[in-house]
Design a protein around this ligand. Structure first.
Ligand code: TTP
Ligand code: MG
Length: 352
């Protein structure tokens, strides 16, 4: 029995919330971000603004040059947090097994609803209708038997999109896509793969492992499996209350470098100490990052063996950071959380 996973992502999240709260903005190009004088960047643009070439992370000055009639709105992060909670509540009511990835997107495991393919498509439609009814926002949904295809599919029919990849068609769905479509392939990995002649996901799926290893090292095996449509990662709920964590907000934003890495070490040591004090081990390590523009993401990794040693926690957190940090990123907050806590001696799940 295949697992069925949906990935749901709100369309133009911040801009849609602004259009929701201010009807005058509906149907118009809207860009959300600080003023150009402050050298601000665009956090997001409404779909009406996107044909002008405006996108996230572009300097606001350039966005307003591309589309002078666009309405600029300063971000209201508290409000986005509030709407995010409403969206996640709808997801959680739909299926208890959800994994939020950021304010506006989550994986949902809908296997238990037991409909399989092709009925899962009407299930996704039902979810879209529920979100719309509760929040007046549209989400795009991708679905499939694994996280990789669900996530990629949700992006392909935006906005208000829906695309379900039939079981057995994972590899053929991925095959024509450019290598950067795969999770974990950022600009650096993409450049190296292109250089080595790997252009599409299909090229990766067929690659000799030794050739791929020469380019991406130990990630070769996983990358090739993912490209072949094999991805066994489960939808993992982050249990906020059943976790031990530590976070730091910096007095000024930091790029990924020695200072950030040192802070990560300090946090890992602190979490490790608190786990040991309580006699606990963690099966999940969560890295939390808040970007300079307040966008907050979490990334997590799980292991069957509980972890508690500082070096273990640190190496997991470092791997997660390495997976997301890109040149030019600046962070205002970093956090390490340990979840899926078990009693270090008995191995039994802990309920604290
Ligand atoms: P996304 O889901 O990546 O983008 P989006 O919802 O605006 O548009 P769509 O999903 O339809 O492509 O990000 C969600 C929110 O996160 C976005 O509305 C604003 C914020 N964000 C930033 O602040 N900076 C960024 O660089 C990105 C990509 C997003
Ligand atoms: Mg979105």
């Amino acid at each position: 029995m295949p697992r069925w996973i949906l990935h749901a992502d709100v369309d133009a999240f911040y801009a849609s919330v602004e259009q929701l709260d201010n009807p005058e903005l509906r149907g118009k190009p809207v860009v959300v971000g600080g003023p150009p004088e402050a050298r601000a960047v665009v956090t997001t643009a409404s779909y009406e603004a996107r044909p002008f070439g405006i996108h996230s992370a572009m300097p606001m000055s350039r966005a307003l040059r591309l589309c002078p009639q666009a309405v600029r709105v300063s971000p209201r992060f508290d409000r986005y947090g509030e709407v995010s909670r409403q969206v996640m509540d709808v997801f959680r009511a739909f299926t208890p097994l959800i994994e939020p990835l950021s304010l506006d997107e989550a994986f949902l495991d809908v296997t238990e609803r037991g409909r399989g393919f092709p009925a899962v498509e009407s299930l996704a439609r039902e979810l879209k209708a529920k979100v719309l009814k509760a929040t007046y926002l549209t989400v795009s949904i991708g679905g499939g038997t694994n996280k990789t295809v669900a996530k990629i599919a949700s992006d392909m029919r935006k906005p208000d999109g829906l695309l379900i990849v039939p079981p057995g068609e994972e590899a053929s769905f991925l095959s024509p896509l450019p290598v950067r479509a795969l999770p974990g392939v950022g600009p650096r990995a993409e450049a190296m793969l292109l250089q080595a002649g790997f252009r599409t996901v299909g090229d990766l799926a067929q690659a000799a492992e030794s050739r791929l290893e020469a380019v991406v090292g130990s990630r070769a095996a996983i990358l090739r499996e993912t490209a072949q449509g094999i991805d066994d990662r489960r939808v993992e709920e982050v249990h906020e209350r059943k976790s031990v964590g530590a976070e730091t907000t910096f007095p000024r934003d930091l790029a990924d470098g020695p200072e950030l890495r040192e802070e990560l070490r300090r946090l890992a040591v602190s979490v490790s100490r608190r786990l040991s004090d309580k006699g606990l081990g963690a099966r999940t390590i969560v890295l939390k990052l808040r970007y300079a523009n307040f966008r907050t993401i979490t990334r997590q990794t799980s292991r069957a063996q509980p972890m508690a040693e500082p070096e273990e926690l640190l190496s997991q957190a470092e791997a997660l950071l390495g997976g997301v940090a890109r040149d030019g990123d600046r962070f205002r907050l970093i956090g390490v959380h340990a979840g899926k806590l078990v009693d270090a001696e008995s191995g039994q799940l802990s309920l604290i």
